[in-house]
Design a protein. Structure first.
Length: 274
């Protein structure tokens, strides 16, 4: 995505159309579009030809961008799990790992980055009915590996509004749910985590369309991405007008939900009742 955005900036600065850029590398206009959105791999030769077309002759600048192209083609750690993942999900894991701010509304269950191992196993088993124990355990292992990023020294900011429905819906037995509630209380104390609970008592709210995630990145050349998961696919929205609507919905959810301290109290109350 970063390389694609820089190539787009260089092309537009020279007033070159996508069609002309595609012709220079023996490709279509749509191929250039996909490259600039970071949705295809990069051939070093293509990047070299585009840089020449865009008038980039400085050796250091060319090498910097070519190095970025080589890095872009290196498979991430999560690719070793693709055998147990739906085809659209590895892209999300890569974006999540690159994000500096992750904003979430979740309603069905506790978000994967906040799940305990036991709770995650119960969720995966329900979602992968008929899967082998080995496949279930690999999916759980991936989820736990993703969580390392949230706990690292350079961890992203994680802001989540969790619907009370997710806390009331049991996954696993009583001990599993109690462990999950306690984990939420503990992790909500981290400085990079802002956890709010949307209570049943509020009624209708701006999250009526369902769960969504907004990913923001440290490089200003990269636009925010909204991730929407569906039953058989996922959507990645990066148009400014689309992102703005989800940002507004999340802002209203945050305003309408109790703050982090009150939400922790709500979690403690649920823990006592469980």
């Amino acid at each position: 995505m970063l390389l694609g955005s820089q190539l787009r900036r260089l092309r537009e600065a020279r007033g070159i159309t996508r069609e002309a850029a595609g012709y220079s590398i023996r490709a279509s206009e749509s191929k250039i579009s996909r490259m600039e959105l970071g949705r295809v791999s990069f051939k070093t030769r293509d990047v070299e030809d585009l840089l020449t077309l865009y008038g980039i002759t400085d050796g250091a600048e060319r090498e910097s961008l070519l190095s970025l192209a080589r890095e872009a083609n290196v498979a991430g750690w999560w690719h070793s799990y693709t055998d147990v993942l739906p085809s659209w999900f590895p892209t999300y894991v890569g974006l999540e790992g690159a994000a500096s701010l992750i904003r979430v509304y979740e309603v069905q269950f506790v978000h994967g980055l906040l799940q305990t191992e036991e709770y995650a196993r119960a969720v995966v088993r329900r979602g992968m009915k008929g899967a082998s124990t080995a496949d279930v355990e690999r999916r759980v292992a991936l989820r736990l590996e993703r969580q390392r990023h949230l706990l690292a020294d350079n961890a992203p900011e994680f802001h989540i509004v969790l619907d009370e429905a997710a806390l009331r819906r049991p996954y696993g037995d009583r001990d599993v749910m109690r462990g999950q509630l306690q984990h939420l209380i503990d992790v909500s104390e981290r400085t990079n985590v802002r956890l709010q609970i949307m209570p049943f008592g509020f009624g209708g709210h701006s999250g009526e369309s369902g769960a969504f995630t907004i990913l923001s990145f440290p490089d200003t050349d990269l636009s925010d991405v909204v991730y929407l998961e569906q039953l058989t696919s996922a959507l990645y929205l990066d148009k400014r007008e689309d992102v703005a609507q989800y940002e507004q919905a999340l802002k209203e959810l945050q305003q309408d939900s109790p703050g982090p301290g009150e939400s922790r109290d709500l979690l403690r109350g649920l823990l006592q009742l469980s």
